[in-house]
Write a new protein. Structure first.
Length: 175
């Protein structure tokens, strides 16, 4: 349960920064580490600990919907909290309660749990496998179902993901 709570905390913090609403005295604005192909790497300080993350948006998003918010795939390191390679997905809509998300990277497939508009892996081992697959893959495809029953398929490019991961890992001192 602690792992899921940390993921929820990560999501809340990330969304605050992505929407440029960060006004906390204990946090700093994200600093760009670099643009690497389809991925962008950032770092910021939070509660005296460095946070590093890489983020991408889909090249193609499909589904029979009329309105959808921003879509993001992220990998985050929080070394002060002992976490690394945390994969999270922001769908731009609220997921169907109790649904799962399927992530496909080349010939590998992963299941994520959902809450509100986000999805995460259930454990650190899966996060590590996802991070490795993203670094080595060519495309990432995410399928999920909205609270209205709409199936969506989002396709991401993985060009530059290895370089972005290297940048966040070096900056946060993560092996």
């Amino acid at each position: 349960m602690r792992y899921q709570q940390l993921r929820r905390l990560f999501f809340t913090t990330t969304m605050v920064f992505l929407c440029s609403i960060a006004n906390s005295v204990q946090s700093s604005e994200p600093e760009l580490l670099g643009q690497h192909g389809d991925w962008t790497a950032y770092t910021f300080m939070e509660n005296n600990g460095k946070v590093c993350y890489m983020v991408s948006q889909p090249k193609k998003d499909e589904g029979n919907y009329t309105k959808r918010g921003d879509i993001f795939a992220l990998i985050t390191h929080r070394p002060a909290e002992g976490s690394k390679n945390v994969f999270s997905y922001i769908a731009g809509y609220t997921y169907k309660t109790g649904s799962e998300v399927t992530v496909k990277i080349n010939d590998q497939s992963f299941k994520l749990f959902t809450q509100d508009d986000s999805a995460w892996a259930s454990d650190q081992s899966t996060d590590n496998q996802l991070a490795e697959a993203i670094k080595r893959g060519s495309t990432l495809v995410v399928q999920g179902t909205s609270s209205r029953g709409t199936l969506t398929t989002d396709t991401f490019g993985l060009k530059g993901s290895s370089a972005a991961h290297k940048a966040i890992s070096e900056t946060c001192g993560v092996n």
